[in-house]
Design a protein around this ligand. Structure first.
Ligand code: PGA
Length: 251
């Protein structure tokens, strides 16, 4: 199996630093011996610094970050500051951020700042709902074109796309996505990337799947869904499930 990218999004969890450090230790402890996949943990910003001091064998990611480097931006932490801490990936455009008002224009600025600071942006795209009219393809294409506007092919090589159908995310998910739904959107996204940056670069960009991924369906989304990795939410706080999930990806 080609090396996969597995990203654990802790969202706004846990509450205490001691538990965040415990979760990091557990994640490292359950790594399979023969693991060849790249594993990234994305804790809340308040825990990035203590985790950066203890992390090994896996990589550190942030959940977004502000695009300006420093200055009069009360309440923000910059991607530059995260880069200095050792962050190498950042989740941008997550539907939970979009739901709080983050726009494609803002995400596009974050993408530029990530690249400037040698952080790979994990750009989330996905439709809120599906109807029989295939409008979801249009929604995803529109998000990609707006967020990737202005990137040149060399910059595009550093990005990661995460397809996350909003209806399949979180504990209120409508249902799990099927392998066919995952596969057809991954193929479609690669075609959009190919139109933007050329076929060779489109094939080098990792496209992840996210939305209720667990130890039972992880391999399916990679093997049959043709994704290059996974963006995992709830399960990233459950060591037993992390262990089983990662073990299903060693083959
Ligand atoms: P979930 O979250 O795995 O809990 O559905 C995925 C995500 O929001 O990235």
């Amino acid at each position: 199996m080609k090396e996969k990218l597995i990203v654990f999004n802790w969202k706004m969890n846990p509450v205490k630093e001691i538990d965040a450090l415990k979760n990091l230790q557990e994640t490292i402890r359950v790594l399979p011996k023969k693991n060849e996949n790249t594993i990234v943990v994305c804790p809340p910003p308040i825990f990035l610094s203590p985790i950066a001091k203890k992390i090994k064998k896996i990589l550190l990611g942030s959940q977004g970050g502000f695009y300006e480097e420093s200055g009069a931006f009360t309440g923000e932490n910059s991607l530059k500051q995260y880069a200095v801490l050792g962050v190498s990936y950042s989740i941008v455009g997550h539907s939970e951020m979009r739901a709080r008002g983050v726009s494609d224009e803002y995400i596009s600025l974050q993408v530029s700042s990530c690249l400037k600071n040698k952080i790979s942006p994990i750009i989330c795209v996905g439709e809120k709902e599906r109807n029989d009219d295939h409008w979801h393809f249009h929604v995803v294409k529109d998000q990609l074109e707006k967020v990737l506007k202005g990137l040149n092919p060399t910059q595009a090589k550093k990005i990661v796309i995460a397809y996350e159908p909003v209806w399949a995310i979180g504990k209120n998910a409508l249902r799990e996505a099927t392998k066919e739904e995952c596969m057809e959107m991954i193929i479609f996204i690669r075609r959009v990337l190919s139109d933007l940056f050329g076929e060779k670069i489109a094939h080098s960009i990792k496209i992840l799947y996210g939305g209720s991924v667990d130890e039972k369906n992880a391999r399916m989304f990679i093997e049959n869904g043709q994704s290059d990795g996974l963006l995992v939410g709830r399960v990233s706080l459950q060591p037993k499930s992390i262990k089983q999930l990662l073990e299903t990806l060693v083959w």
